[in-house]
Design a protein around this ligand. Structure first.
Ligand SMILES: [Zn+2]
Ligand SMILES: [Zn+2]
Length: 275
């Protein structure tokens, strides 16, 4: 039996992102060694990101000209071996809608992930967000803020790692389930499905030993029930070892949740590929 090719990896970072040191060439070579036929780089652009000791000003402000030059040079160099697409992971906040709109007007990306990495202008990665506060309440606020953001800014293709905040709760998501936040999550999924937007099936948690991707399989299934068709596969790799991480498992999950295709993009146009 021939092994099926893995889905294209549509969520990858390199040294162009403030939290990665990976050379782009190494990421491409790793994708080729996984036999991927296509990848899309999605570097961080998170404007108005809170400044901390470990995150100096501008950490997540992407140098787009430099990223673009590097990407198109490798795209040409590797064109016989792998298709390389030009993407971005845009951090959404309601006060920077104008700036984000301008970034997309100025650059012809193939693919745009809209991600909400902050809540009330703070990074949930740091424990101070959680100290002395009700975990369930913060998670609920995150989903409410996500809906506000995707209504305020609509020029993205997929929503990044929908239940991402759960990774950072003090209990690491113990007791978290779709049902607890059904109303808030359904509102997000309905908004996405009705507007032809998709979900980033993000395998980073799986690669790091978790049992579920972000969003989890209950949410993926619900998205399908609500008419959502577009999913992309994203390892969220920040180093070569993580490229296409757990994509076999993620494919099984997607199939079990009712999807028969995953999507790739060309100049913002979605293209269905059989799973
Ligand atoms: Zn992200
Ligand atoms: Zn990412």
């Amino acid at each position: 039996m021939t092994r099926k090719l893995l889905p294209s990896d549509y969520h990858m970072h390199t040294h162009n992102s403030g939290d990665s040191t990976a050379p782009m060439k190494d990421m491409i070579e790793s994708a080729i060694s996984c036999s991927l036929s296509e990848i899309c780089f999605t570097e961080h652009m998170d404007l108005d990101f809170p400044i901390t000791e470990s995150v100096p000003e501008g950490t997540f402000t992407l140098d787009i000209p430099s990223y673009t030059r590097e990407l198109f040079s490798y795209k040409e160099e590797y064109k016989e071996k792998i298709s390389i697409k030009y993407g971005i992971e845009l951090g959404l906040q309601t006060q920077i809608v104008k700036e984000n709109t301008q970034i997309l007007a100025d650059n012809n990306f193939d693919f745009v992930i809209g991600s909400i990495h902050l809540l009330d202008h703070a990074d949930p990665f740091y424990p101070d967000m959680w100290e002395g506060r009700d975990e369930e309440d913060i998670i609920r606020r995150y989903f409410v803020a996500t809906l506000e953001n995707i209504k305020a800014f609509t020029d993205f293709d997929v929503l990044g790692h929908l239940d991402y905040i759960v990774r950072y709760t003090p209990t690491k998501g113990a007791g978290y389930s779709y049902n607890k936040y059904k109303d808030e999550i359904d509102a997000i999924l309905t908004c996405l499905a009705e507007n032809g937007k998709g979900l980033d099936l993000n395998t980073k948690s799986l690669t790091r030993g978790g049992s579920q991707p972000n969003p989890n399989s209950e949410i993926l299934k619900r998205f399908n029930e609500l008419g959502g068709r577009i999913i992309t596969f994203g390892s969220d790799a920040h180093n070569p070892e993580e490229v296409a991480g757990c994509f076999d498992k993620a494919r099984e999950i997607a199939l079990n949740c009712g999807f028969d295709s995953y999507y790739t993009f060309d100049k913002r146009e979605p293209l269905a590929n059989p799973l």
